[in-house]
Design a protein around this ligand. Sequence first.
Ligand SMILES: Nc1ncnc2c1ncn2[C@@H]1O[C@H](COP(=O)(O)OP(=O)(O)O)[C@@H](O)[C@H]1O
Ligand SMILES: Nc1ccn([C@H]2C[C@H](O)[C@@H](COP(=O)(O)OP(=O)(O)O)O2)c(=O)n1
Length: 220
Amino acid sequence: MHKLTVAIDGPSGSGKSSVSKEAARRLDAAYLDTGAMYRAVTWHALDAGTDLTDADAVAAAVVAADLFISTDPDVEKVTIHGTDVTQAIREPFVSEAVSAVATNLAARKELVARQRTIIAAHPRIVAEGRDITTVVAPDASARILLTASEEARLRRRGLQLGGTQSAAELQAQVLARDAKDSTVVNFQVASDGVATVDSSELDFEQTVVTVLEAIKAQAS
Ligand SMILES: Nc1ncnc2c1ncn2[C@@H]1O[C@H](COP(=O)(O)OP(=O)(O)O)[C@@H](O)[C@H]1O
Ligand SMILES: Nc1ccn([C@H]2C[C@H](O)[C@@H](COP(=O)(O)OP(=O)(O)O)O2)c(=O)n1
């Protein structure tokens, strides 16, 4: 089987996680959700009462984090210091706090190193996040920026959360978070050599097929 590293970036609600996971299944590859790593260390910092405005404390918590993430696309599992946080990290309170970790450069350095180690350990892997195409794996066999209109991204996140969130809450969790995160990483504009797939007008299956075609075009 040929070695394959696929890097996929994009803003919140663009479909990165669901589309990358399905692409990984069809490519018989592992799957790495790097956002789940940022979410897990944020969950732990909140749980431990770490002051998220204290950059040194946040960085120290990330360096010390005993973090496990499944890379099997059919097994969603994230643990931190032995606690299973697979579901908890998706809660809105984590989405609203995670940028404090994502904008901490020392925390990013630590997580990027761990992500590179995980990617190197898998001959075939699809990794997704915000800086995979540019920082974590710029030499990947295929690199894709998955985008969608703000309207589509807000609608999808609202549906995903079962209609529990108000429009203002969704704006905070999707658009305001992207605005904060994009102060440290570029995931709005494709870098040189990165293919853009706009999923605004595509359904899930069409998006998966388009992404697989883009991977094939670059990786062959
Ligand atoms: N092309 C698409 N059309 C419609 N819904 C989609 C599409 N891609 C993803 N979704 C749905 O939108 C929601 C958000 O997708 P997700 O993969 O979590 O995005 P991200 O990881 O970029 O935040 C999920 O419920 C997912 O099933
Ligand atoms: N490679 C990455 C992945 C995620 N992040 C940050 C940015 C996001 O606010 C959080 C959570 O990412 P996640 O992909 O789970 O977020 P969405 O599902 O797209 O809303 O982590 C990052 O800075 N770099």
